[in-house]
Design a protein around this ligand. Structure first.
Ligand code: 3PY
Ligand code: MG
Length: 249
């Protein structure tokens, strides 16, 4: 059977709805995968997740693709996430074309990049070694976050980075860098989002965004954003728990 890879779906412009995992509990990714999300955003930047947690979350997600947000632009973190079986990486705070180039390079095997070659879960612990090496560069997804005022000046060059699949806006960090922390509807933040959107849509690049709920991401979907992370595991649990308790008040 010919299965369309997640990267191909992203390139095709399919709408891909995910949510953020921050809890180091394998049941969370298992349950969210069963809930029907197209992908899962495993947050290695802000959440208390170590390498083993991340691998377990990927394992229990089953067939649901996982993109791991690494703590920063770090070759080792990128290598470990991909070796653990992540479908791709999300690199936060990428503010220059050179950083975007490095992100791609750390995620792709030679000659495209400089990803180190190990024998890990992604390679079927060795049983699918050659097969994985042959398809990895085609299938590994590389996403960088545009979430700082500094990225705005370089966004055209960032968007032109060969091998980059998507730019993912971090509205909260972006607002903070513009002196409007948390005010993601402020005109200066909207202007910045417009600038990033225009630069990426001028090329082949797909756009992604995080929002705390479906309403927050809907305007972005209307503008053609396709890589969507709506809510987080803790927000979903907390909200459902509050809603339940409110019914008894
Ligand atoms: C931000 O809003 O800064 C994010 O990184 C969301 O993922
Ligand atoms: Mg951020």
């Amino acid at each position: 059977m010919n299965v369309t890879s997640f990267r191909q779906k992203l390139k095709n412009g399919d709408r891909l709805i995910g949510t953020v995992i921050s809890m180091a509990t394998p049941q969370v990714s298992e349950l969210l995968a069963q809930a029907g999300f197209d992908w899962l955003f495993i947050d290695g930047e802000h959440a208390p997740l170590n390498d083993a947690d991340i691998q377990l979350l990927i394992q229990t997600a089953g067939q649901t693709p996982c993109l791991v947000r690494v703590p920063c632009l770090d070759e080792i973190a990128i290598k470990k996430a991909l070796d653990a079986g992540a479908t791709g990486i999300i690199v936060p705070q990428v503010n220059s074309a050179e950083q975007a180039r490095q992100a791609v390079s750390y995620a792709k095997y030679p000659p495209m990049g400089q990803r180190g070659v190990g024998i890990s879960r992604a390679h079927g612990y060795g049983f699918e070694f050659q097969d994985y090496l042959a398809r990895a560069n085609d299938e590994v997804v590389v996403v960088v976050q545009a979430e700082h005022a500094l990225a705005l000046d370089e966004i055209d060059a960032i968007a032109a980075t060969p091998g980059l699949d998507a730019v993912f806006i971090g509205p909260y960090d972006l607002s903070a860098s513009l002196g409007k922390m948390g005010q993601i509807e402020d005109p200066s933040v909207i202007d910045a989002v417009d600038r990033i959107t225009a630069a990426c849509q001028a090329g082949e690049l797909k756009l992604g965004v995080f929002g705390t709920n479906s309403e927050a991401v809907m305007p972005y979907i209307d503008r053609g954003y396709t890589l969507i992370a709506a809510a987080t595991d803790t927000l979903l649990l907390g909200q459902a728990a509050r809603d339940l308790m409110n019914k008894f008040k």
